[in-house]
Design a protein around this ligand. Structure first.
Ligand SMILES: Cc1cc2nc3c(=O)[nH]c(=O)nc-3n(C[C@H](O)[C@H](O)[C@H](O)COP(=O)(O)O)c2cc1C
Ligand code: SF4
Length: 416
């Protein structure tokens, strides 16, 4: 099936000037806000984004316009929190959007603020992201100086302020929902939370229309492109902006150069650490497509767009152990099943990988899995369970062989 393809958010990546205000303007930038501020009804902008089918690129794939429509219009102030944390292992797209096209993000933020009636936006940038931080700070200065931010933008009567906030290494403290952030969020006020890539799509939707956007992708629920972050054993790992709905095999073999050194594909994690692993057989026989709904149907998820490709030499116990360490490290500790569960899972899997697995370790892992699902404040615990549950189920024989032989049957070094 031929899918229409056009680059959207990375369209200016080949143009280094595009990161400056002059370069962005010369490449057609800031036309979207000229088109709508003071001219279009904000509720019509929400309808436009709904009609485009744009879904969140941060992880959950929630429809963007629908999320905006949950914000009570009468409650003020309202905030926009821009998620530039890019915390999911395997994902490396938002940093590039912030470095290479920061004005695209800023224009997207103004579109979102106008649509929802927001006067203040905060861009949360991962603490380690020095270059993205500097790029966004510089672009904010340029945008303020030219009147694209602040009071009365372009004489439209609409104003909004955007602040960049750099992560300081403090622990996140998720809280129970409901109430959802759309009603009670930042400072107890209605808050929209959107990912950097999601927002970067908005100027293009405003400029080219909902139909144009919806025409890229596989169906009306999976529209536009994704920035697939291909890592691991592909011959050409890297960032590929491609339409939603191409197959996993097309992504690996036609775009990412196939497998490194001509080795056989063994497994793919299609959407960052939280997305359940797919076997090569599932990918091949199921002709798995890389859109939100196809991946959900295949028992995984599109998540953050991080595509981790593993060849026949990869040890699945080692891969699961690595990811388990990530979840253990990220657990904030508020929920006991997550705090204890992520720690135990990491300890057991890494012990099995190191050749010190005990006879009952695999049964213990299988018994921890259901307890970690559906019982916690946020979905980090579920994500950990989905991750190791899939590895354990789909590569059970490999786990057993580690325990039986007291070493990695593939001879993978430990720790790698
Ligand atoms: C444990 C956890 C980690 C997350 N990490 C990120 C992240 O690094 N970046 C991101 O944009 N969203 C992340 N999300 C999703 C955000 O909570 C939020 O849903 C998203 O930023 C919303 O934007 P979107 O609707 O535009 O995708 C994470 C969610 C969870 C539960
Ligand atoms: S599930 Fe884990 S990370 Fe999420 S709130 Fe509970 S302890 Fe914290």
């Amino acid at each position: 099936m031929a899918i229409r393809f056009e680059k959207i958010v990375t369209g200016r990546f080949g143009n280094p000037e595009a990161s400056t205000l002059a370069g962005y303007e010369a490449a057609g930038g800031y036309q979207a806000i000229r088109k709508i501020l003071g001219k279009a009804e904000p509720k019509n902008v929400i309808e436009l984004v709904k009609a485009s089918g744009l879904r969140g690129r941060g992880g959950a794939g929630f429809p963007c316009g629908l999320k905006w429509s949950f914000v009570p219009q009468s409650l003020n102030p309202k905030y926009l929190a821009v998620n530039g944390d890019e915390g999911e292992p395997g994902t490396f797209k938002d940093r590039e959007l912030m470095i290479r096209d920061p004005h695209q993000l800023i224009e997207g933020i103004v579109v979102a603020c106008y649509a929802v009636g927001i006067a203040k936006a905060y861009v949360y940038i991962r603490g380690e992201f020095d270059a993205p931080w500097r790029a966004v700070e510089r672009a904010l200065g340029e945008a303020y100086a030219k009147g694209y931010l602040g009071e009365n933008i372009l004489g439209s009567g609409f104003g909004c302020d955007v602040y960049a906030h750099r992560g300081e290494g403090k622990r996140g403290h998720p809280r129970l929902k409901p109430p959802f952030p759309a009603v009670v969020g930042l400072y107890g006020k209605p808050t929209v939370i959107n990912n950097v890539e999601t927002l970067s799509n908005l100027p293009h939707i405003v400029n080219n229309g909902a139909e144009w956007f919806a025409g890229i992708g596989i169906d009306e629920k999976n529209t536009g492109t994704r920035m697939y972050c291909v890592s691991g054993h592909a011959a050409r790992p890297g960032l590929y902006e491609l339409p939603l709905g191409l197959t996993c095999e097309e992504l690996i073999y036609e775009h990412a150069g196939g497998m490194r050194n001509g080795k056989a594909l063994k497994a793919v994690i299609p959407g960052g650490a939280s997305a359940p692993v797919l076997t090569a057989q599932e990918v091949r026989e199921g002709k798995v497509r890389m859109d939100f709904d196809s991946l959900a149907k295949a028992g995984s998820m599109g998540g953050s767009g991080g595509v981790i490709v593993m060849d026949e030499t990869a040890c699945m116990v080692q891969a699961a152990g690595r990811l388990a360490r990530f979840f253990e490290h990220e657990s904030c500790g508020q929920c006991s099943v997550c705090r204890e569960g992520t720690g135990w899972v990491s300890e057991i899997i890494n012990r099995v990988e190191a050749g010190r697995g005990r006879a009952d370790d695999l049964a213990t892992l299988a018994s921890i899995d259901p307890n970690m699902r559906g019982n916690t404040i946020c979905v980090l615990s579920d994500a950990c369970a989905m991750m190791f549950g899939a590895f354990l189920k789909k590569f059970h024989r490999e786990f057993e062989a580690h325990v039986e032989q007291g070493r990695c049957p593939l001879g993978s070094p430990y720790p790698a």
